[in-house]
Design a protein around this ligand. Structure first.
Ligand code: NAD
Length: 436
């Protein structure tokens, strides 16, 4: 089989490498010249565990290649996956579909034979229909089908998620399209991964409903954590207590500084807009969006309060900048608002993140001092703030940490440290919703 993937970002690259690993010939089309050049030279422009080796092996095996030439890439292809970005449109929060529609038009012009055009990007309900229209208007002579196959991979464990998914959702309307996608996903049938066939609109909405539900779960436990703090309860015990109920489940019940990243913020917002537009408002999701926004901005206040109401001229060590561990992705990371606010309050920031500092340099103030490791960041700091729960931070020795710092305040926004050990080492330790 030969397939084409438009867009070589987190989703395009991971899907492309994994489909190639399944034995399919994959061509990834990428328009960003710098990204394309580094891919061609065997360098992976993003950090995702295991991806570099998987790409390298499949390039060597001749199953995976990269190009800017969409026209050549779609010749003889059975399916074209659109995996370009769908960021929030400035001003109204709707998903910006210009990259998706742009790609669809290019594909329509370039195809010479039947192919299935599959959206892997997260797209609002109705996008598949619009792609059908664009394709028909551009190429009335062309035989094609449109399908929706939303992606559920998580950055940081993307390859495992793709190779052993909880489920695959395929929105397709003809037997021909379903057969192409069944053939492509055959290795997943063999491991009995659930593959759910639906209509196009259902598949599109399933992705948004899934992300919105997870965002609500995070937001719920964050509010429970705030309440637990006020009444002397422990949010971790509560999370365990409710999570052991099979109807609720234990995942996504970790309190923190609010959800961020390249998906949840934009997808919840887009779902709110889609629902409002059709007159079926999703008030739970609307509330989730606004509670999460105010949570992110209130996190800097926690740091300021922990230091007696001011961080003026204080040195703050920030551990972790990415929106979650095991990625270099800084998009919509809570660190962006927390660090900017602290700088606004005239704090001096010494930051360390294992993978995110290159992206952070482009997005945050250049007043920040970027450090070589966690202890280097902590050296001479008055306050230490944990924003992202990278595993290597969990192993920090409290006594050593205390000995390199000038002050003794820790604000742990991910609850990664042992409060007793931190207090024994002489820290004033603040976490989220745990009982002393
Ligand atoms: P990304 O920004 O990392 O990658 C998109 C890539 O597409 C970029 O490299 C860009 O240069 C390229 N591109 C844009 N227009 C193009 C064109 N016409 N031809 C060729 N290349 C083009 O984005 P991403 O994080 O991979 O997300 C892609 C989509 O997948 C989004 O809709 C996102 O919501 C969804 N998604 C993302 C994740 C995730 O964890 N990142 C998970 C599930 C779904």
């Amino acid at each position: 089989m030969h397939i084409t993937i438009i867009g070589g970002g987190y989703v395009g690259l991971v899907s492309g490498a994994c489909f190639a690993e399944f034995g399919t010939e994959v061509t990834i089309v990428e328009t960003d010249n710098r990204r394309l050049e580094s891919l061609r030279q065997g360098q992976i422009p993003i950090y995702e565990p295991g991806l570099a080796t998987l790409v390298q092996e499949n390039v060597l095996a001749g199953r995976l290649n990269f190009t800017h030439d969409l026209h050549a890439a779609v010749q003889g292809t059975e399916a074209v996956f659109i995996a370009v970005g769908t960021p929030s449109r400035k001003g109204d929060g709707h998903a910006d579909l210009s990259y998706v529609f742009g790609a669809a038009k290019q594909v329509a012009r370039a195809l010479t034979d039947y192919a299935v055009i599959v959206t892997k990007s997260t797209v609002p309900v109705g996008t598949g229909r619009k792609i059908q229209e664009i394709m028909r208007d551009t190429r009335p002579d062309l035989e094609f089908d449109v399908a929706s196959n939303p992606e559920f991979l998580r950055e940081g464990s993307a390859i495992g998620d793709f190779m052993k998914p909880d489920r695959v959702i395929i929105g397709a309307e003809t037997d021909r399209a379903r057969e192409v996608l069944k053939k492509l996903y055959r290795p997943l049938y063999l491991i009995e991964a659930p593959i759910v066939f639906t209509g196009i609109e259902t598949a599109e909405l399933t992705k948004y409903a899934s992300n919105a539900f997870l965002a609500m779960k995070i937001t719920f436990i964050n509010e429970v954590a705030d309440l637990a703090e006020k009444v002397g309860a422990d949010v971790h015990d509560i999370a365990r207590g409710i999570g052991l109920d099979g109807r609720i489940g234990r995942k996504f019940l970790h309190p923190g500084p609010g959800y961020g990243g390249s998906c949840f913020p934009k997808d919840t917002l887009a779902l709110v807009r889609i629902a409002q537009d059709v007159g079926a408002p999703m008030r739970l999701v609307e509330t989730t969006v606004s509670v999460n926004e105010s949570r992110k901005s209130s996190m800097a206040m926690r740091v300021i309060a922990a230091n007696g109401g001011s961080v003026y001229n204080k040195t703050i060590a920030v551990l972790g900048l990415t929106f979650k561990p095991e990625t270099d992705d800084m998009r919509d990371s809570p660190a962006l608002s927390i660090v900017s606010r602290l700088i606004g309050e005239h704090a001096k920031i010494r930051a360390f993140d294992p993978q995110g500092m290159d992206q952070a340099r482009l997005m945050l103030s250049d007043e920040i001092v970027y450090c070589d490791d966690a202890l280097h960041a902590a050296a001479g700091a008055d306050i230490l703030v944990v924003i992202t729960e990278w595993n290597e931070f969990r192993a920090l020795d409290p006594i050593k940490l205390r000995s390199v710092m000038a002050g003794n305040v820790i604000v742990d926004l991910r609850n990664i440290f042992d409060p007793t050990a931190m207090r024994a080492a002489g820290f004033r330790y603040c976490d989220i919703g745990r009982r002393g």
